[in-house]
Design a protein around this ligand. Structure first.
Ligand SMILES: *[C@@H]1O[C@H](CO)[C@@H](O)[C@H](O)[C@H]1NC(C)=O
Ligand SMILES: *[C@@H]1O[C@H](CO)[C@@H](O)[C@H](O)[C@H]1NC(C)=O
Ligand SMILES: *[C@@H]1O[C@H](CO)[C@@H](O)[C@H](O)[C@H]1NC(C)=O
Ligand SMILES: *[C@@H]1O[C@H](CO)[C@@H](O)[C@H](O)[C@H]1NC(C)=O
Ligand SMILES: *[C@@H]1O[C@H](CO)[C@@H](O)[C@H](O)[C@H]1NC(C)=O
Ligand SMILES: *[C@@H]1O[C@H](CO)[C@@H](O)[C@H](O)[C@H]1NC(C)=O
Ligand SMILES: *[C@@H]1O[C@H](CO)[C@@H](O)[C@H](O)[C@H]1NC(C)=O
Ligand SMILES: *[C@@H]1O[C@H](CO)[C@@H](O)[C@H](O)[C@H]1NC(C)=O
Length: 431
């Protein structure tokens, strides 16, 4: 593969706050507030947030039949790929536990309520707080006398695991490593390493939510995501933590192994990929980044898909075809894998109650995400690989698109109602 020159990339990629800001569509219990635990032993391991603060997690203990089962969820929140954006981040809740909310509402896949989270409600559930800006994978630091930044995501991952092992993780019978967005990407990067810490007899699996970031070509024909990740891998010293079998195969461009599509075939642990084929973050930052649309022709379409012109819809369908194309081998050949690739304009669907499991949740083949993931995890179905038909066929979507993915503006409400849907053959999509 040719070496790509670094381009001037958007300095900071800002997270979508869909999960935090969506108006609740399900009334009633919003979920339990769980308090934060600082990892005191992290300092001895050199595991720090960007600003040097201690890393943390929020743990809600399992109970009953789930007491020995563990679900770990990486928190998401974009990346910082240059010194300036990492300095900025280190002064916010994305780069320091000093500025984080000390409690987190556990909903969706983290809920402790059996009627909201039927398969995992009684497990030990842990939210790994994100404060390193590189999907828990960096290992270096920056210092010039006046500024000091810690790029220690990999050590944070290690420190949290070492902290949880004596709390019962070491004796786990069942375990699921998951995460959303930048945390969904972490799931690909750390899945096999997670397995290595657990008993050989444990049933260990991994699921990425909205973490399948494509090595896409944007509408101005640039590889914006590749440039971003190349910078990030270099800045934060990630390369040595990438899967060695993958980096060997991709020499001389080992940083490509930060992309799920390239590392996927090296992962040995059973894996589930949950993603929208029109993931809003990727639409706004991978397919149509601001640098590729300086005149703003895409602005209305980005805000509301019903405003997209036929040319723009073609680009979106092309993006979906690319995603399905890169998943083809996994779809065909992975015997223990699962997938749920729906066609809703969304980003992160497992942490939000209304998309995870509710009467109005998105569905494929009349099954919610929670049911499909549960069927896969517990082997209740032989095949748990669902691919939705292309937009606009799926009437179960909420299509929660924020006014701008760069702002923290609340989302507009959904415009679709429930209805029928159908599955398509992958063959028809790839040709
Ligand atoms: C669990 O969720 C259901 C459905 O929202 C609700 O009716 C019930 O009160 C909840 N149970 C608890 C213990 O919060
Ligand atoms: C150190 O880096 C910071 C952040 O880039 C910058 O603001 C500062 O001027 C630098 N200091 C020196 C002495 O170069
Ligand atoms: C898992 O990662 C840690 C560092 O985070 C490393 O020390 C350990 O050797 C890794 N385990 C395996 C089996 O690769
Ligand atoms: C690399 O691949 C070999 C052969 O499949 C395998 O035995 C080994 O465990 C892999 N290494 C890692 C770190 O996954
Ligand atoms: C994108 O590609 C065009 C040529 O297709 C180039 O002129 C432009 O500088 C690139 N933009 C960025 C942000 O890399
Ligand atoms: C599935 O694996 C076989 C054998 O490794 C390979 O020949 C085939 O191309 C793979 N299928 C797809 C769709 O990639
Ligand atoms: C879809 O599933 C629900 C239960 O989850 C069931 O009540 C309904 O009859 C199913 N609809 C179809 C068309 O199968
Ligand atoms: C998108 O536009 C359509 C048609 O104008 C409107 O009905 C719908 O409410 C809008 N959806 C959102 C999420 O704003």
């Amino acid at each position: 593969m040719k070496t790509t020159r670094l381009l001037h990339v958007t300095a900071a990629i800002v997270l979508l706050l869909l999960v935090a800001l969506s108006p609740p569509l399900v009334s009633g219990n919003p979920g339990r507030r769980v308090s934060m635990t600082l990892v005191r032993d992290a300092a001895a391991l050199g595991a720090f947030c960007l600003d040097g603060s201690l890393p943390a997690y929020n743990l809600d203990r399992g109970f009953g039949a789930g007491s020995n089962n563990w679900l770990l969820q990486f928190e998401g929140g974009g990346w910082c790929n240059d010194i300036a954006s990492c300095v900025d981040r280190s002064k916010t809740f994305r780069g320091s536990t000093r500025f984080m909310s000390k409690t987190v509402v556990f909903s969706g896949i983290l809920s402790n309520n059996a009627s909201l989270n039927p398969d995992f409600y009684n497990w030990n559930r842990v939210r790994l707080r994100y404060c390193d800006g590189a999907s828990f994978a960096g290992d270096t630091q920056f210092g010039n006398g006046t500024s000091l930044l810690y790029f220690r995501g990999q050590r944070i991952w290690n420190a949290i695991i070492l902290d949880l092992l004596p709390k019962g993780l070491a004796k786990a019978r069942k375990a699921l490593l998951t995460g959303c967005s930048a945390g969904g990407l972490s799931t690909f990067l750390h899945c096999d390493n997670f397995t290595s810490y657990l008993p050989k007899t444990a049933n260990v699996k991994c699921m990425s939510d909205a973490g399948f970031f494509l090595d896409a070509i944007d509408v101005a024909s640039n590889r914006t995501m590749r440039s971003l990740y190349t910078q990030l891998v270099s800045l934060q010293g990630i390369q040595k933590n990438l899967d060695p079998n993958c980096t060997r195969a991709f020499y001389p461009e080992p940083s490509l192994c930060f992309f799920p599509q390239y590392v996927l075939r090296f992962i040995k642990t059973p894996f589930f990929i949950l993603n929208s084929a029109y993931d809003v973050f990727q639409f706004h930052h991978g397919l149509v980044p601001p640098s590729a649309d300086r005149t703003g022709r895409w602005n209305r379409c980005k805000r509301n898909v019903t405003a997209c012109n036929p040319h723009q819809l073609d680009a979106l369908q092309g993006f979906r075809n690319d995603m399905l194309g890169t998943l083809m081998n996994f779809f065909r050949n992975s015997t223990r894998g699962g997938m749920f690739i729906n066609s809703c304009f969304d980003h992160c669907q497992s942490a939000l109650q209304e998309t995870w499991f509710s009467p109005t949740s998105p569905r494929i083949h009349n099954k919610t995400i929670a049911e499909t993931v549960g069927d896969w995890y517990f082997g209740r179905e032989k095949e748990a690989k669902e691919i939705d038909c292309p937009y606009p066929c799926d009437k179960t979507c909420h299509n929660l698109i924020p006014a701008s993915t760069d702002s923290l503006a609340p989302n507009a409400p959904d415009h679709n109602s429930r209805g029928g849907r159908s599955q398509v053959d992958l063959d028809d999509l790839i040709s």
